[in-house]
Design a protein around this ligand. Structure first.
Ligand SMILES: C[S@@+](CC[C@H](N)C(=O)[O-])C[C@H]1O[C@@H](n2cnc3c(N)ncnc32)[C@H](O)[C@@H]1O
Length: 369
């Protein structure tokens, strides 16, 4: 079967976490690179990566690469790509091009060569806007042109369940990788005392039940000539696991709780989730074995006032120390000073990760004494 390079995008800072997930999912010889993970594979690997990986932001298939020193050469090589094997004449295609440190330096001129090759070989309409269902990317770096197909379509954090997003939601892909960094593997309960739309709780419950993150959505690759619907349906047919674990979310905001409940219902994990409207001071330890408290409290730059936030983080820390012995705690925040204000015994912070225009880090404790 035809093999090519597959690129799995990760939020910079979390490439190592994605690499661990990709390895665990059984993909052959993945390598972490800045901004993601690459591997060699074929179309079934592309489908499976989109379907099963919780941490990948999108999956690109690198369908051609060649040296191009000038536009005429790009033009000629672009026409040799077997576009008809991938694209359909009825689906609009958007082309994006970037040139770096190359003789071809004009992004727009380069893009037009690819657009023309597609229009003249497949006849697909070329679209300008964001909503074209199919995206082709050209990157020319050091005179090496690489052409990729975006096989995901809508970014993969849109799993198709979380229609309520709240005030400062965390992307599902980011939440999944932070959970992994915190050692969560679906075999312990989880509590998020500032759960907003419930992202951590939903991701955790889905992992525990063995649900595939891409089970409810469609993907761009389903329109490609290489797609085999029966083989993909077989990949999707995974029986859920039984679990006795419960996943708890609370938030002081009533709308957030209503939204989180609705999201859990859509995701098919409502029976594993318990959402309560409560301020952090009223947080109670769930019955049963200890697990992980995972929380993404507000931070000053986005909502609220930093002085009040010191008090909030302080009371979060006090409640956890008092009532959650044996539990581990993970806090995602942009502000190391606020993390320290919890008084919790964190190890060194994780790598900086871009989130919502800021840089956040994961602060993690061992089991509390
Ligand atoms: C950054 S958001 C969390 C977003 C969440 N991770 C998500 O993906 O939707 C912070 C949340 O903390 C909640 N919050 C703020 N102060 C609180 C308090 N004292 N007790 C409980 N929740 C609080 C807010 O209502 C908000 O939903």
């Amino acid at each position: 079967m035809e093999s090519f390079e597959i690129f799995l995008a990760a939020q910079p800072g979390l490439e190592g976490a994605l690499l661990a997930e990709v390895r665990e999912a059984g993909f052959a010889e993945p390598v972490a690179v800045p901004g993601g993970v690459t591997l060699q594979g074929s179309w079934p690997d592309v489908w499976r990566a989109n379907l099963v990986l919780r941490g990948a932001g999108r999956v690109l298939a690198r369908i051609a690469s060649f040296r191009a020193m000038h536009l005429a050469q790009l033009d000629k090589r672009a026409r040799k790509v077997d576009w008809a094997a991938h694209l359909r004449p009825d689906l609009p295609v958007r082309v994006e091009a970037t040139c770096r440190q190359s003789k071809i330096y004009h992004d727009r001129a380069a893009r037009q060569r690819i657009e023309r090759a597609i229009a003249e070989t497949v006849g697909a309409p070329i679209a300008e806007g964001e909503d074209a269902p199919i995206r082709v990317m050209l990157r020319i770096e050091d005179d090496l042109a690489v052409i990729s197909l975006d096989t995901s379509g809508e970014p993969l954090h849109r799993r198709g369940h979380k229609t309520f997003v709240g005030k400062a939601p965390m992307r599902e892909t980011l939440a999944a990788l932070f959970l992994r960094e915190a050692g969560f593997d679906g075999t312990e309960p989880l509590v998020d005392p500032m759960c907003g739309s419930g992202t951590f709780v939903l991701e955790a419950a889905e992992v525990a039940r063995g649900l595939l993150p891409g089970r409810s959505r469609s993907f761009a690759f389903e329109t490609f000539g290489s797609f085999d619907p029966a083989a993909f349906a077989a990949m999707k047919a995974v029986a859920p696991r039984d679990t006795d674990l419960l996943f708890h979310g609370s938030d002081r905001d009533d709308g957030a709780i209503r939204g989180a409940v609705a999201n859990a219902e859509r995701a098919g994990v409502a029976d594993l989730c318990r959402f309560t409207r409560a301020p952090v001071g009223a947080l109670q330890r769930p019955d049963g074995p200890p697990g992980l408290v995972m929380v993404n409290p507000p931070y000053g730059e986005r909502i609220g006032n930093r002085k009040l936030l010191f008090a909030l983080y302080g009371s979060l820390g006090a409640v956890l120390k008092e009532r959650f012995s044996g539990w581990r705690v993970g806090i995602v925040t942009s502000d190391g000073g606020l993390a320290k204000a919890t008084g919790l015994p964190f190890g060194p912070a994780g790598p900086p990760v871009a989130h919502g225009g800021l840089t956040v880090k994961l602060w993690l404790t061992g089991p509390l004494g």
